[in-house]
Every structure is written in structure tokens, then in C-alpha cells.
Design a protein around this ligand. Sequence first.
Ligand code: GDP
Length: 588
Amino acid sequence: MEEKTIQIAGSITVDELSKALGLSVTELIGTLFKNGIVATINQRLDFETASIIIEELGLKNVKLERKNTSTRTSNLHRELSDKAVARPPVVAVMGHVDHGKTTLLDTLLHKKTVDDEAGGITQHISAYQLEHDGRLITFLDTPGHEAFAAIRQHGAMLTDIVVIVVAADDGVKPQTIEAINFAKSANAKIIVAINKIDREGADVQRTMADLSNNGLQPEEWGGDIIMVPISAKMNQNLDKLLDMILLTADIEELKADVNIPAEGLVIESHMEVGKGSVVNILITGGELKVGEFIVAGSTYGKVRTMLDYKGKPKGKATPSTPVTITGFKELPNFGDRFEEVKDEKTARKMALLNAQALANESADANVTSSDLLRMMNVADNTKTFNVIVKGDVLGSVTSVVDSLRLIDTKGEITLNIVSTGVGDINENDVYMAAGENTVIYGFNVSVPINISKMAARDHVPIRIYKVIYELLDDAKHEMENLLDAEIIEEDKGELKVLGVFRTEKTSIIAGGEVLTGDLKPGYLARVVRNKTYLGEVEVTSVQKEKIDVKELIAGETGGLALKTANKIDLEIGDRLKFFTRETKKRTL
Ligand code: GDP
């Protein structure tokens, strides 16, 4: 059969899908109908629904592909002109929790900027720059950094170099591996900082062997990964680490064009009283100046103020520079690409077009896969886990929500994001959460005492986390609790009834011969007569020659007492098929 690929940009109408499949509209509507969906010719189906329907139709030769119309995932690594100039490397620090990421960033920040009113940095820093050997290095420190998956989803491949911090006394851990995978998928260069070498128990060689077993071959051993032993806390060897970052940047020949309209990525955004939207951006090309017009996703604005990471006014920002700007009419999203345009009219128009494109992508589909699953009854036992997500800044809320959505619930649990917001947990959140299976998650926010009392009264769980993985683990755990337990049955053998001595409403005394397996008190049994199932019984006791025994094995005859829920008129010749049944909590 001829292979066929159908591209779907967000959603597709019944009419379009039928044409693409070469089916009549009625046939397609019929299939939808069989699956519980009453569709019209103009109904839009989302990607998942279309996939399910194609599977239902048995069209194995048809492949669906998502067509990317997103304005958010534009390619950042544009072709450079021959006028491109060198730019500072953009570095992200990643690694397992407690291995020393924060300490490293703090020490670097103080080491290099201590004279420079570093104490004055009170705002939430999502990126900053250091000077080393007269050259700049940009470090990213967005809350979203811990949510690699979410960053990937946003297409925010803005890091040139990932410094993976591994504690020399702990070795490679799950998040170390995630960091390695992230760096690889983002096509970033990896430098490993083997941290905590001041500690007793630190073993650099063993850590290197551990890394090497996880696909990172140390340069020292003939591989291609630079590994620098450091102590972030004791400020040991950090200059060497910075040297290696610059060396890597040189080898990579990182460049950007400056004679193009400014462009870059939103790395943080939040609202501030009196200032409106306060947005941290990283310039990836061109030069941005105060007064210029910019568009990011569906919002636009005029750069009103621009500050560097220290909070000092800056007139112009060049590539790889993080700056905080005000002037966007609405909050852009973390990971949104922004670009400079020539005037307000163009900015408004582009924002509108982007908004429409985004709306077409998702909101337009009026049949979604969850509707379909619900209607197909597959989801009869699907449970809904409701969450409210609050975070200190928009970036963290986005990361948490995206990461929650990525938890694989094996199709059995629907995650319903009731609401999201920036700021502390408030009364409204508790009101909204007063339903079944609802948890309020706070990321880096607090719970005022009165709200906490109110939540306790209404039995609304509030969970506050500072580490996204812990939050995600909690959510996963909550969802696991909603899963139906797994039932494991194991066959134990069979008995032929040779005599029935007493039959009461809920108990039977009988005798028989064990044909296969063994028979023990506590087993369950299915009663079968000529292949007809009569009911289930429980074996309460087993006797051999009128004495209670622990088991009867194949070939032996004996008596047994059975318990039933409903009366069963057992007869000679009936078979009892023994089994045990266990319920096991399931995990995701
Ligand atoms: P993160 O979770 O990766 O950001 O880790 P932190 O930076 O919060 O560090 C976790 C703990 O390890 C803290 O108690 C730090 O003081 C400690 N720590 C970090 N770096 C070093 C180091 O180089 N030497 C020692 N001895 N302790 C360190």
C-alpha cells in the first residue's frame, strides 16, 4: 500500500481529513459516530483525535505529522552573514539537586561582581554576566532551568554551553543524566564541573569513571569532554572553569549579526506595580535600544526602560546580553521569541497575526482527544487530577505547568489545570480547589496563615516547593493514588467435586479430589460446570480424613468448607478452579 503523510497544523476539519485520506465524508463521519462523536463536515479534530480515528479505520499506511505553525519555536540559529561579530557564550548550569549549582552561581557572582554593588541585586535574576580575562560570559539562571523538558518544549535552545555540576562525593545521579541528555538534545557543548572536591569522600577519578559510563568521556582519558575539579564553596579552581568556558567559546567561534533588527528570547516575565510588565530577555541578534518596538508572541510594546542584570540603565543591548525591559502591553511567555519591528503599527499587526496562529493551533479544535476518549468509554475509569499552580514568576508557573503536562499518566488520568497565577496562595485559590482530587501547588511562594487555616478547614491540600522535581514527584504520587490498583491473579490448581454434604446460603461443605496443583485454606475458586461459570467461592478450611490440614496436593482427596457471597448449588462433578488474588498499588 502506498505510504501517505498528512500534515496537521493544530487541527483539521472532517472535510479536510476525509479528502486527505481519500475517503467519503460520510464514511469518516460514520467512523466518528461509531466512536461516539456526532461530527459535522466542518468540525475540527485535533491531532490526537485524527490519529485515533486513522487507527480505528485500520489505515496503517497513513502517517500523521504535526506541522509547526508556532511563532514560538522559530529557529534561533539563523544563518550568519560575513559581518557577524564574536559574542559572549551563553552558559547554563545544570545538575542533580544539592550538587552545588546555586553555590557555584553565587560564588561566581560574588567573586566577579563583588565590588559592583552585587548586594544591590534584589530582583529575581534570571541571567547575569561575568567578566573573566576582560571577556564576558553570560550565565542563565532561570527557574525554568530545572525543567529541562519544558524548556525543550518551548524551543528555547539558547544555551551554547551547559556546565554540568556533579558532586565528587555523590557521582552521577538521575538529574545528572537528564542534564546530559538535555545538553545533547540542545546541541550545547558540555563542560563538567566536578564539585565539592574539598569534601572528605570526594573522589574525582571515580566521578570521572561514573561520567564515562554515562557517555561523557573525559578529555584527560582521551575523550572530548572537559572536566574541571572545583569547590564552589571554597572558591577553588573556578578560574580554570571560566578559562575552559572561554576556550570552548573560542573553539565554537560563537558569533552574531549586529546589523539586523534585534531579536532574542524571553527568559522571565512578571508584573510589577507601577511598572507593568517587567520582562527579562536575552538578545540573540541585532542591538536593542530604548524606544524601539518589539513583538513577542501575541504581545507587543515599545521598550520603555532597559536595565542590565545589576539594575543599571542601559541604552543598548548587544547579542548574548540579558536585559530587563518594561513596555510590553501584556506579559509574553517564557521561551517566546521576540523581534524588533519598525513601528507600532507593524508591531500591533504582527502580534495579532501571531495570536491568530496560536489560536488556530489549539483552541480551534472543538473535538479533542480527551473528548474522544471519554466518548469511546475507554475513559470510563479515567480520573481527573485537578491542580492549581502558583509561582513566584511567570517563568516558573509555565515550567511547572509544562512539566506537569509531561507526566505520563498512561491515559488513565486526566490532568486538569484549574488555574495558574503569579503570587502567594490566596483565598480564591482555596475556593477554586474545594472540589475532589484538587491540589494547590506553589512554587517559591508562601501561604499566609489565614489562607492556610481556611485550606485546612476545607480540606484543601496546599503544597509548596522550591525544587520543581519534588513538586513533580508529589503530583505523580497524587496521580498514582488515583489509579485503580492492579489485580494479580495466580492459578493454583483444580478440584473435582465428589460429594456435597451441606449447602447453605453463604457456605458449602463438600469433598473432592485435587486434580492439579494444590489446595490451601484462603484460596479463591471459580465454580465451573460444563464450561459454565457458576460463581466464586473462598476456601475457608481444608480437611484430610476429617482433620484440618494446611494443604491438599494433586491426587489427594479431602473435605473443604467454602464461603460464598450468593448461594451456589454445588453438584458432584463440578470443578473448582483455585487461584489467589492480590491487589497491587500501581505506579506511573
Ligand atoms: P543545588 O541544589 O545544586 O543548587 O546545590 P546547592 O548549591 O544548594 O548546594 C547544596 C549543598 O552543598 C549546600 O549545603 C552547599 O553549601 C553545599 N556545597 C555546594 N558546593 C560545595 C562545595 O564545593 N564544597 C562543599 N563542601 N559543599 C558544597
